[in-house]
Design a protein around this ligand. Structure first.
Ligand code: NBP
Length: 512
């Protein structure tokens, strides 16, 4: 056993930013935790700089020492680079463990990898939890949102630790309980964690969280762009507007930090910070996974996909700069361009209200798509997901935390089988009220040549979903013409397929 006396409750491998903060959070809750890192100096520096945590950190220089230091059945959290790093650690660890020991992968692993790892480890008698962890460094330290999937008995063993370290929300209002400090975690409250389901369910739901996060971030960026390009507002003013919006239905972590970011000055130039940041976005892949999964399952998630594509087109910076010199739009002609000028106060207020409402409606559609995807995934993978609980877990600790999630929790608690979030009375009424503004903003953006891909994609989703008849009748006819792909008829029951022999002038019709 490493160090002194009693065995540790849990172990952790990987002491980069997430692993260190998670270990401190666990120790703050009185759990003794053993820690290991591939590069031993990092582990030593970490343990030396935190000698007095309530639970205690036990530094281990080898995996053997780590394993020997733990209570049985052993619980080991893997917090290393997702993908090959996770596989490498699991392969080194598995031979050292005994039947019934539990590995917990807290990285951003792809859910299909988690399904495969769980099967492989089960064959060796080991239990496996794939737990999504959201909230970045701050969340890991003082309360993340935790989305665990895997064998239910393994979850039961992990539950006391996960429940203790998770973010907490007020059970009545759903608002996050804040103010945790090193050595002084939040007491009480409803924890932002719950068992999600078997094998890859936890990592799937974490991926969905990230896909929704992509949508949220892009929608906020579009609102900012419309404010600067249609209302001629400067970053600090836009930041103040977001701060005001954060008091209402848009109250969320991402709106809150956007208000701060926009009011930040660049320490080098004294200019608004956001103006010196290059407009070329990076991405790590979870939004792309979400969109690919939507395409694979045939479930529309255009808002999330547009958010991914918006990052992609932003990365073509040099090409866009060249294209600006060649391709015209309404904003190319200074004579006819009302944008970028300060608009009258009254007009500006009306515009801001419209942009606010457009952002809210687009956000509802984006979440509706995310929850539709999860509904399809549970059928595909044989999970039973509790959507009210998932929305509840996202109310605190994570990047998409928002007041709004309380309303989603309530909608699914009231009607667990809700076909689409758009049909929940609260959201239906919200869109009924706000949609004239939403339509105005999308039309104005198109007229003025301002790209607003997620605002527009959400509106198209909404209008498609509420259309009893779409033009895909023509599409099926085209498919039947060139590829004999058959079609169903409006005057026949669903599931009967017909075909016309198109080149024949008489075009006889027959059932396919
Ligand atoms: P990184 O993803 O940057 O990974 C660095 C850690 O992995 C170091 O401890 C490194 O050890 C270890 N490692 C690597 Br790389 N390959 C290894 C191997 N083959 N064997 C053993 N250890 C290996 O760390 P992070 O940013 O703390 O993230 C950890 C996990 O949490 C990732 O899966 C990430 O996607 C996920 N996550 C991150 C965030 C976030 O905000 N950063 C949020 C939520 C989830 P070394 O010190 O010896 O190089």
């Amino acid at each position: 056993m490493a160090a002194n006396d009693q065995p540790s409750e849990i172990g952790l491998i990987g002491l980069a930013v997430m692993g260190q903060n998670l270990a401190l959070n666990i120790a703050d809750h009185g759990f003794r935790i053993s820690v290991y890192n591939r590069t031993t100096e990092k582990m030593e520096a970490f343990v030396d700089s935190h000698p007095d945590t309530p639970g205690g950190l036990v530094g281990c220089a080898t995996l053997e020492a780590l394993v020997a230091s733990l209570k049985r059945p052993r619980k080991l959290i893997v917090m290393v680079k997702a993908g090959s790093g996770t596989d490498a650690v699991i392969e080194q660890l598995a031979p050292l463990l005994d039947e019934g020991d539990i590995l917990i992968d807290g990285g951003n692993s792809k859910w299909t990898d988690t399904i495969a790892r769980e099967q492989r480890l089960a064959e060796r008698g080991l239990r496996f939890i794939g737990s999504g962890i959201s909230g970045g460094e701050e969340g890991a330290r003082f309360g993340p949102s935790l989305m665990p999937g895997g064998q239910e008995d393994a979850w039961k063993a992990l539950e006391p630790v996960w429940t203790a370290i998770a973010a907490k929300v007020d059970p009545d209002t759903g608002k996050p309980l804040l103010g945790a400090k090193p050595g002084k975690p939040i007491e009480g409250g409803e924890p932002c964690t719950a068992y999600i389901g078997p094998d890859g369910a936890g990592h799937y739901v974490k991926m969905m969280h990230n896909g929704i996060e992509y949508g949220d971030m892009q929608m906020i960026c579009e609102a900012y762009d419309l404010m600067q390009r249609l209302a001629g507002m400067r970053p600090a003013e836009i930041g103040q507007t977001f701060a005001r919006w954060n008091e209402g239905v848009l109250d969320s972590y991402l709106v809150e930090i956007t208000a701060d970011v926009l009011q930040q000055t660049d320490p080098v130039t004294g200019e608004p910070f956001v103006d010196v940041v290059l407009d070329a976005a990076g991405q790590k892949g979870t939004g792309k996974w979400t969109s690919i999964n939507a395409l694979d399952m045939g479930v529309p998630a255009p808002t999330i996909a547009e958010a991914v594509f918006a990052r992609c087109i932003s990365a073509f910076k040099e090409e866009r700069v060249e294209a600006t010199k060649i391709l015209a739009g309404p904003d190319s002609d200074p004579e006819s361009d009302p944008a970028r000028e300060q608009v009258a106060e009254e007009e500006r207020e009306a515009l801001l209200e419209a942009i606010h409402d457009a952002l809210y409606c687009a956000k509802i559609c984006s979440y509706a798509q995310g929850f539709q995807l999860m509904r399809a995934a549970q059928a595909e993978y044989g999970w039973t997901l509790d959507f009210g609980e998932i929305a509840g877990i996202w109310r605190g600790g994570c990047i998409i935390r928002a007041d709004f999630l309380q309303k989603i929790t309530e909608a699914y608690r009231y009607e667990p089988e809700l076909a689409n979030l758009l049909l929940a009375p609260h959201f239906k009424e919200a869109i009924d009220r706000a949609q004239p503004h939403w339509r105005k903003v999308v039309a104005l953006a198109a007229q003025q040549g301002v790209p607003a891909p997620t605002f527009a994609a959400s509106l198209a989703y909404y209008d498609s979903y509420r259309s009893a008849r779409l033009p895909q009748n023509l599409l099926q006819a085209q498919r039947d013409y060139f590829g004999a792909h058959t079609y169903e008829r409006v005057d026949q029951p669903r599931g009967r397929f017909f075909h016309i022999d198109w080149p024949d002038p008489e075009r006889p019709q027959r059932e396919a």
